[in-house]
Design a protein around this ligand. Structure first.
Ligand code: ANZ
Ligand code: ZN
Length: 774
């Protein structure tokens, strides 16, 4: 199958839910409108793949085991059973037959298999690195799981700790993860946050020798042009060079104390711009500025972080705010080397702007950008520096010291080293002690740990860490196309037939972790020959991505148990039926923005569906054809709106149409068309009426109706929408639109809603203009 030409498949994906045991209203805001989209694509003639699975490894299951001694397997499977029932009650067409459940051995076998592929190809490696350590969860966290220096789950202060960890070499793909963003239809905000996360900066690396020593300090700088102004250097307190210089350092006690104190601080505290700068000079050692051979002092200070660049900087107080503050406090020289167009006094304040190089010998007069290159080139000839690129993004640490995750399939043998265990799956043992000790609970199972080396047969031991659950969710959408395959993670032909994902709908909270990792996996898997190249021409898994908004409580606050403003979808479905809730979710606001939950709005939708049911009695075989116009307008609008995920305006058009029918009469064919375009929203009601109209087949198997452009154009006008006399939007409407309809149109526009929600007065000029005065 040639991708892109043959339009016979449509892969509509939603983010697989965590098996928490309950689909909450936020899930429904994702899944119900996405289901409408699937049903719509299906009626458009596509073979729609809309699978559903469960992301089921992770802490809550393990916590249930620790707190209440519940078997995490059982906890998880019970939850999944309940959630599947919820999905059925919402009347969705998600395919649940495939059973992609990431915590089951038939799934994690392939997670482990992919890990080994990465391992054998240098994309997975083990290294001792400073890691974010949550003292309360007793585990390592990815940078992305640390929010403002605190653990995402338990809010404890995260500390830095050096441990041996398994990592994925995502940095190898840093550039491609940037350039690939141009090829995909994603919200710009999401692309930007990935870009910032990767954080590419162009600059130079420069080597400073330590005087009377073979040791040198390498720095990364974006401002090589300021090298003549580097009057001191700073190492991150944890920098290994500090230890190497120990014998030369004459004030070691003080240095050591500062290092210990730093370890207690979070990254946020350390980089806080307002905080007074602290540091300690390494007495007894000096560095040599490679451009002019001047000796300058070396400090350690916590404002320099180990994890960025090389963990060391050349400090240029005249042109960097932090360095300036530090220099003032420690009475270090401030030398101006960049001159802007206006008079500045760098003794009073750092000058961080553009300008020409001064006090820089043969480089004087060069523009700073050009100068930065020239300086780097000159250093290159002496092997003291070069142009360099730096990224904020680090390699992805995947080790977790937890039980409920996919075991890392590696065996340690004294003779053979790190040996892959090819006998997959490496199953989780049952005989473990769940109490968090800082070590994975797997370490408490002798049966699990003590093994024979697969290579030499000698005594060996297993890795006891498990994988970050984000590894499991980086490839699940390939498994969806072939979930029961026990020979491969998925059949290549099936991947070719069904991927890439055509539409991915999910929460905006996943802008970096999941969405970046899945892109990395796709690229790595392509390079390892695990995915068909022709299928992924752009080397991207998700061609189109959209985020749904957030539903707030009736009080316009974030829903939370403590506020008591949580809406329970199960209760509502029981009370009103799935159709009402599905439609209300669509109607409540622009899909990408969400909004507050409004019980009155639900009643409005309910009345609408009652009205539709009432239409059955009103069929008039002699009804004039003139209503063809509004019908065709509506088909057009509903079609385009669903396509653009503008569900709220689609629903308001359906409301307009029903009112018109009631007002001007309609025949059976008209009514059937209405039911068909309403079917994705209200599958149950429409099917019932469809049958009552005497149809034998299902309404959901009907083709989506066409609209006649000629019929619409004639009487379409552009309605100008003003708010307080200012034009805020223009919409195409039928020329005979009523004031009420115009008001409804106006209040469905995001651009209008920004300015007014409940207008006090309305000025309406038929066929031309509506002005909302608020
Ligand atoms: C000298 C210099 C002079 C700098 C100047 C800036 C202005 P971005 O753009 O974010 O990549 N830096 C490098 N490594 C650091 C670390 N581990 N901790 C704290 N700061 C670090 O920033 C690059 C700049 O951040 C580098 O350029 C370095 O300071 C600082 F007038 O070097 B610069
Ligand atoms: Zn061995």
């Amino acid at each position: 199958m040639v991708k892109g030409k043959n339009k016979s498949k449509f892969y509509n994906l939603v983010m697989l839910p965590y098996s928490s045991g309950n689909l909450h209203i936020g899930h429904w805001y994702n899944f119900a409108p996405a289901d409408i989209y699937s049903r719509f694509q299906r009626m458009q003639g596509f073979d729609v793949l809309a699978p559903m699975g469960f992301d089921s490894f992770g802490l809550p299951a393990e916590n249930a085991a620790i707190k209440s001694n519940i078997d995490p397997h059982k906890w998880t499977e019970d939850n999944i059973a309940y959630m599947k029932q919820q999905l059925a009650e919402m009347n969705t067409i998600y395919d649940l037959s495939g059973e992609v459940v990431t915590s089951r051995p038939d799934y994690y076998k392939w997670t482990q298999w992919l890990f080994l592929k990465f391992f054998k190809n240098g994309l997975a490696y083990r290294a001792e690195v400073p890691a974010n350590w949550c003292p309360s969860c007793q585990t390592v966290l990815a940078n992305e799981q640390v929010i403002n220096g605190k653990c995402e789950r338990c809010d404890s202060e995260v500390i830095q700790k050096k441990i041996k960890q398994w990592m994925f070499k995502i940095t190898k793909y840093a550039d491609e993860l940037i350039s690939g963003l141009d090829k995909i239809d994603w919200p710009q905000k999401t692309k930007t946050s990935q870009l910032n996360w990767i954080g590419k900066s162009q600059g130079a690396s420069i080597k400073f020798f330590v005087a009377d020593s073979k040791l040198s300090i390498e720095v990364f700088t974006t401002r090589a042009d300021t090298l003549f102004g580097a009057t001191y250097m700073v190492l991150a307190p944890e920098h290994q060079l500090v230890q190497q210089l120990r014998d030369k350092i004459t004030n070691w006690k003080k240095v050591e104390k500062y290092i210990t104190d730093t370890q207690k601080k979070t990254e946020i505290q350390r980089t806080d711009l307002d905080k007074e700068k602290t540091g300690v000079e390494l007495k007894g050692v000096k560095a040599i500025n490679p451009i002019n051979n001047q000796e300058i002092p070396i400090f350690i200070a916590d404002y320099v972080l180990l994890g960025y660049g090389t963990g060391a900087i050349m400090a240029v107080p005249a042109h960097d705010d932090r360095d300036w503050e530090f220099a003032k406090k420690f009475k270090l020289p401030i030398i101006e080397v960049i001159q802007g167009t206006e008079e500045t006094d760098v003794q009073q304040q750092a000058y961080i702007g553009e300008g020409k190089m001064i006090n820089s010998e043969q480089f004087d007069g060069l523009d700073h950008k050009e100068g930065a290159k020239k300086v780097a080139e000159q250093l290159r000839s002496k092997e003291l520096g070069d142009l360099a690129v730096n990224y904020k993004m680090r390699d992805w640490i995947i080790s977790r010291q937890r039980y409920w995750g996919a075991p890392i399939p590696i065996i340690y043998c004294d003779k053979c080293g790190e040996v892959p265990d090819e006998k997959l799956p490496v199953q989780l043992p049952d005989d473990v002690d769940f109490k968090p000790t800082g070590e994975s609970p797997l370490a408490s199972s002798d049966k699990f740990v003590k093994v024979k080396c697969p290579l030499c047969g000698g005594e060996a031991s297993r890795e006891t860490d498990t994988m970050d659950t984000f590894v499991c969710s980086s490839w699940y959408f390939y498994r969806y196309v072939d979930p029961n395959n026990d020979k491969e993670f998925a059949d290549q032909q099936k991947i070719q037939d069904l991927l890439p994902v055509d539409m991915y709908i999910g929460g905006a909270e996943h802008t970096v972790m999941h969405l970046l990792y899945a892109r990395f996996f796709c690229k790595a898997m392509l390079d390892l020959g695990l995915l068909p190249q022709d299928t992924f021409i752009d080397r991207e898994p998700f061609l189109k991505l959209r985020h749904q908004g957030i539903i707030l409580g009736p009080d316009r606050q974030k829903m939370s148990k403590s506020r008591g403003n949580v809406v329970d979808p199960d209760q509502l479905v029981k009370k009103y039926g799935a159709d009402v809730i599905r439609m209300y979710l669509c109607f409540m606001g622009p899909y990408d923005q969400g909004g507050p939950w409004d019980p009155k709005g639900i009643m409005g939708v309910k009345r609408f569906l009652d009205k539709v049911e009432g239409l059955l009695q009103g069929i008039n075989s002699k009804a004039k054809k003139s209503d063809g116009k509004i019908l065709h307008q509506s088909i057009k609008k509903v079609t385009e709106d669903i396509e653009g995920l503008n569900f709220n305006t689609a629903v308001s058009q359906l409301m307009i149409l029903v009112n018109k029918f009631v007002e001007s009469g309609f025949n059976k064919v008209d009514l059937e068309k209405l039911l068909i375009i309403l079917a994705p929203f209200a599958p149950e009601t429409t099917e019932k009426l469809w049958q009552q109209l005497g149809n034998k087949d299902s309404i959901h198997d009907q083709p989506w109706p066409d609209f006649k452009e000629e019929l619409i154009k004639e009487d379409e006008v552009e309605l100008v929408i003003q708010v307080n006399g200012k034009v805020r939007d223009r919409v195409k409407v039928s020329a005979d639109i009523s004031e009420d309809e115009a008001k409804e149109e106006a209040l469905a526009s995001t651009k209008v809603l920004k300015w007014v929600k409940q207008p006090k007065k309305i000025i309406f000029v038929p066929g031309k203009l509506i002005n909302l005065v608020g």
